[in-house]
Design a protein. Structure first.
Length: 292
């Protein structure tokens, strides 16, 4: 059974006339149908950004099953609702809704490292920042001072994607970035997004990290109690955005994560564009009995 076949199967639903009809309708929700809808509205700016993300980040595997689940969960008592035109209109609505969520962070998962949500850079330890290609600030064409991107840029949102040079650069392949998360989290995955090779001025992304470690801390200076969540490899020939599921779970909640890069793809300098941390945050349930 291929991926498209598996998306059309919903054997776990109760067998009723309504759900059976909904299942048959959902089984017609193929990737080809989604592509047709996106292509039909391609001229609009609204849909263009969705189409770009859907294609360039290769997330058909993420978006398609979510659409099927969403479509099947819509309550209905009208079996005529599932004619072809109504089905496509419903799909159109769900596509836009799902991409609003996806466009927020490109992963469909909360990012607890995001600076605007409360994340922060705690330390870079002994990492030596690379400033040679810093930006020049000018007044009437006269250079006044030089600025460079700080480590904070790695946990900041960058609109529809990274631009060349909009990264934190440091010498060599070994570097540290210690991040304070917006809340205490049971980390389940991290993701790293680099500049697409198509946007690189020289057609290469040798500055991308290759091998890296992710550590979980209870205290930023306590190296003995830290736990290694995984040893990962970023594929420079793969998608710009890659998700890495932790190889070892830290049963403790943490609000400190450290990215330790070990090597890059051949350059004397490493550039970090966007690093995200995903997981399950501690949820505080109010005691309603106190209000009564």
């Amino acid at each position: 059974m291929d991926a498209s076949d598996s998306f059309g199967r919903f054997d776990f639903l109760p067998s009723t006339p309504i759900t059976s009809t909904r299942n048959r309708a959902a089984s017609r929700l193929t990737k080809e149908k989604i592509d047709q809808i996106l292509q039909s509205e391609y001229e609009t700016d609204y849909t263009y950004s969705y189409t770009y993300s859907y294609k360039s980040y290769g997330n058909e595997e993420y978006i398609h099953p979510r659409l099927c689940r969403k479509f099947r969960s819509v309550p209905t008592t009208n079996l005529k609702e599932f004619d072809e035109n109504a089905l496509m209109e419903k799909v159109r609505h769900l596509i836009k809704k799902e991409f609003r969520i996806y466009e927020a962070h490109h992963t469909g998962m909360p990012d607890y490292a995001l600076e605007s949500s409360g994340g922060s850079v705690l330390s870079t330890r002994c990492t030596v920042q690379y400033n040679e290609r810093s930006r020049t600030q000018k007044l009437f064409g006269i250079p006044l001072w030089f600025t460079s991107y700080s480590p904070r840029t790695v946990i900041q949102r960058k609109g529809y994607g990274a631009s060349a040079g909009e990264c934190w650069a440091f010498y060599g392949g070994h570097g540290f970035l210690t991040i304070g998360l917006s809340s205490r989290v049971n980390v389940t995955a991290v993701s790293y997004e680099h500049l697409p090779v198509e946007l690189s001025p020289d057609g290469h992304i040798s500055t991308a990290p290759k091998n890296f470690l992710v550590w979980s801390y209870q205290d930023v200076d306590d190296m003995h109690s830290r736990i290694l969540l995984g040893n990962f490899t970023y594929d420079a020939h793969g998608d710009p955005l890659q998700i890495f599921h932790v190889q070892q779970r830290d049963q403790r909640l943490t609000n400190i994560i450290e990215l330790e890069t070990l090597t890059n793809w051949g350059s004397y300098v490493t550039c970090l564009y966007r690093f995200r941390v995903h997981g399950n945050a501690l949820k505080i349930i109010p005691d309603l009995s106190e209000e009564n």
